[in-house]
Design a protein around this ligand. Structure first.
Ligand SMILES: *Cc1c(COP(=O)(O)O)cnc(C)c1O
Length: 360
């Protein structure tokens, strides 16, 4: 059986070259006679893997020296708690709620302090990003929180809020490395890698050094303290070794593709193909507001749940995998991450055209 075009939101498609390379090195990593999965995380071999991965990520994103890169576990969801635990010094923070993920983060933060909702797009089923130009950040906020790309609703912040000097914390799980970003505009950038970077099990946190508490925080579990992981260079305990190794291969792949400028161009072109089709279609309709459309996750509907289900089933038969929308919104969603080739999007559009002719 050949490979399908996998539009899953996550875990998601990875570059075929990376999978082949990992397969070749599976039994004997660079002549050491064992797999990366089998070696000590304290070995020289693994030290080189994690050090190189971090450096390549720094090169790709242009991460300044005063930011630390942490390879953690527990998924993006653990960060919903770690962020307030470590950053809420006065016990107050401002959240912008633009979809399910930022809403979850906001709710979790309420366990630890006063997490205020500055703006929300709940009124229109999160089909847009709240206008960040008019946002009034509170003077006593320890940080301002956004989810930069809402994976389920398919919206992307093209402009960052003016946080009046407060650290901006951004969940970038589903847009990680999809385009260049100015790291210095953020206090914390984090994401689970299983969307656009690597296999499930690794969460990368890029944090400005001064936001890492200098002293151990009383009452906070050791594993939940950024200081623990920063001091130990992500090796306080056993890290997700194999996942970090695959992320490292993906970073090398991204460099070979021309870096994040090149990825942005390719991603925008792929997204345009799909949006152009949706905008003229008489059957399918994109659900996110045009100005806020994500270039990674593209949700769409026919307006008829039975027809949506038929589309998903027939697409699967045609080698177009996992286009079912998230269970909370229904319809369809095509996730077109870095590793989705243009041919995949072309195949999807061709299939949608055919389906429209047959079902309109
Ligand atoms: C998938 C996702 C999460 C949750 O990630 P886990 O690693 O499963 O905890 C959080 N935020 C965004 C934007 C996501 O897409």
């Amino acid at each position: 059986m050949g490979r399908v075009f996998n539009f899953s939101a996550g875990p998601a498609v990875l570059p075929e070259e990376v999978l082949r390379e990992a397969a070749e090195e599976m039994l004997d990593y660079k002549g050491c006679g064992m797999s990366v999965m089998e070696m000590s995380h304290r070995s020289k071999m693994f030290d080189e893997i994690i050090t190189t991965a971090e450096q390549d990520l720094r090169d790709l994103m242009g991460i300044p020296d005063n930011y630390r890169v942490l390879f953690l576990q527990g998924g993006a969801s653990t960060q919903f708690a770690m962020i307030p635990m470590n950053l809420m010094k006065t016990g107050k923070a401002d959240y912008i709620v633009s979809g399910s993920w930022s809403k979850k983060a906001w709710k979790e933060a309420q366990i630890f302090g006063e997490a205020r909702c500055l703006a929300s797009s709940d009124d229109e089923n999160f089909s847009y990003v709240p206008d960040v130009k008019t946002i009034e950040v509170n003077d006593d906020a320890d940080y301002v929180y956004i989810c930069q790309n809402e994976t389920i609703y398919g919206t992307l912040y093209r402009e960052l809020p003016d946080t009046k000097g407060k650290p901006l914390v951004a969940d970038v799980s589903s847009c990680f490395l999809s385009e260049p970003i100015d790291v210095e505009r953020y206090g914390v950038i984090y994401g689970g890698v299983q969307k656009n970077v690597g296999p499930a099990g690794v969460c990368i946190v890029i944090i400005r050094e001064d936001l890492i508490p200098e002293e151990k925080l009383p009452g906070v579990p050791t594993m939940m303290q950024y200081k623990t992981h920063a001091d130990a260079k992500s090796l306080y305990n056993t890290p997700p070794c194999y996942g970090i190794y695959i992320c490292g291969l993906v970073f090398k792949w991204l460099k070979a593709q021309g870096g994040l400028e090149a990825m942005k161009k390719r991603n925008e072109e792929k997204a345009q193909l799909l949006y152009d089709f949706l905008d003229q279609s008489k059957l399918f309709k994109g659900t996110a507001r045009k100005e806020d459309r994500s270039i990674m996750n593209v949700p769409f509907v026919t307006g008829n749940a039975d027809l949506d289900a038929k589309f998903v089933a027939e697409a699967k038969e045609a080698g177009i995998e996992s286009v079912k929308g998230h269970r909370s919104v229904g319809g369809m969603r095509a996730s077109i991450y870095n590793a989705m080739p243009r041919e995949g999007v072309e195949a999807l559009v061709a299939f949608m055209e055919k389906f429209e002719k047959e079902n309109l």
